[in-house]
Design a protein around this ligand. Structure first.
Ligand code: GLC
Length: 427
């Protein structure tokens, strides 16, 4: 049978599609290919790509592919629940939020790393990271970047009014009211949307009034007078003092609040260490921004921040564990950490870097981070942390959006967490 030209073209197209389908469905990762999964901003991705290139040159038999996720922690968490829940080997190394470690480890998704890391290397990290990375006496993640909440402020504007940055929340509210009467900007920007960031802000507000969610024995102590005062204050900065935007409970997250600040629309901003670098890169902000510790309530000794690092873990289902460990080892090395801190203003996890003269000169918050590590709060390292977080998010958000009182919200949070604690400890 003789085929016409049109039939030959059609046949070739079908054959090509056939090959493509077979290739797509049968493709497995090449022998030396590993996948690094992380959620990150543009500058972070740029540097990580450069580091990967360096790693590949040193390890020519390993090729690293990036799996880039959205930056918000909740969205990344969702991604891992689906992929790791399906026992997928498609990811080898993951940059994980410290709050997932107990949950993922208890589910059997993380490789235990105690046998990979030499003891003297493990000891070179800041001690707080043991509290988040060790679960059931087993090490599950290697510290990559530390992180704490800081208070950024418009130094140029405070200078104009000859006012120093505040020590207490009461002073902050006062300064905001005074200055925003003359300057067209919001006073205080923070993360009030219903998501994990709200839990961080809540813990910091209550911590700076001497309050906690759990006491040191693990009892739930969230329904306390000091927490009520702190939660009322979170509500009042929006609705009573009008120093935070009215869309704080519906929209403000890390990036939305940072954008407002960089657009000149905020006097103070609570955010993580990465914001320092972005303000230095921004010609409109360079030289105008100062950074200090978060305030405390009047009469209290100390402010507090949550520990909010992102650490490197190895997927228990990975089929390239040896290569994956090499990558973790490289990325968490002191040399690479210094570059990450110096370029992206990440707080390092290697203790020695807190004494590094170059970093001390470049990162004005480094001593604050080091000192804050003494009073820092860690979110409970429990496999059911996500449930606790959901309850806090929901009920704190109801207060911020005027749907309930702080008294009612804290009572509900207390009862629900106690109930969960019972459920999980009995089963
Ligand atoms: C940052 C912190 C992380 C926290 C999250 C909340 O990414 O590093 O620990 O859970 O913000 O939005």
């Amino acid at each position: 049978m003789k085929l016409t030209a049109k039939q030959i073209i059609l046949l070739s197209v079908y054959i090509l599609i056939g090959f493509w389908v077979i290739y797509t469905f049968t493709r497995t990762k090449n022998a030396g290919e590993i996948v690094l999964s992380l959620g990150a901003g543009t500058e972070e991705v740029k540097l990580v790509k450069k580091l990967i290139h360096e790693f590949e040159q040193k390890n020519p038999l390993i090729k690293v592919t990036l799996n880039i996720l959205p930056a918000p922690t909740d969205q990344q968490h969702h991604h891992y629940l689906t992929t790791l829940g399906a026992k997928s080997a498609d990811i080898d190394v993951m940059r994980i939020d410290t709050i997932w470690i107990a949950e993922f480890a208890a589910a059997g998704w993380l490789e235990s790393l105690g046998n990979y890391i030499p003891a003297e290397d493990a000891e070179s990290f800041i001690p707080i990271t043991d509290k988040t990375n060790i679960y059931n006496n087993t090490l599950y993640a290697i510290p990559w970047n530390a992180n704490i909440g800081l208070l950024y402020y418009r130094k140029d504007i405070l200078d104009k009014y000859n006012i120093p940055p505040p020590d207490t929340w009461e002073e902050l509210a006062d300064i905001c009211t005074k200055i925003t009467a003359f300057e067209p900007m919001y006073g205080y920007l923070w993360q009030g949307k219903q998501y994990e960031g709200l839990v961080c802000n809540f813990i910091e507000f209550i911590g700076s009034n001497g309050g906690e969610v759990f006491d040191t024995e693990g009892n739930v102590v969230v329904n306390s007078p000091q927490n009520r005062k702190a939660l009322d204050f979170m509500h009042d900065v929006i609705w009573r003092y009008h120093i935070s935007p009215p869309n704080t409970p519906s929209e403000l997250m890390e990036e939305s609040s940072r954008h407002l600040f960089q657009q000149g629309k905020g006097l103070f901003l609570r955010n993580w260490t990465y914001v320092w670098d972005l303000c230095q890169r921004d010609p409109a902000m360079r030289g105008k921004v100062g950074v200090t510790r978060l305030p405390r309530f009047a009469g209290k000794e100390d402010s507090t921040s949550v520990y909010a690092g992102w650490h490197l873990a190895l997927n228990a289902y990975s089929r390239k564990k040896e290569q994956a460990w090499k990558l973790i080892n490289f990325l968490a090395s002191q040399r690479v950490q210094k570059e990450l801190s110096s370029t992206l203003s990440w707080a390092p996890t290697r203790a020695a870097l807190y004494k590094d003269p170059e970093l001390l000169q470049k990162l004005p918050f480094l001593t604050i981070v080091e000192e804050s590590l003494n009073t820092i709060q860690i979110r409970p390292n429990l496999p059911y942390y996500q449930w606790i977080s959901d309850v806090i998010q929901k009920h704190v958000s109801r207060v911020l959006s005027n749907q309930t009182s702080s008294e009612q919200a804290l009572q509900t949070i207390q009862t629900k967490i106690e109930y969960m604690q019972n459920e999980f400890t009995q089963n």
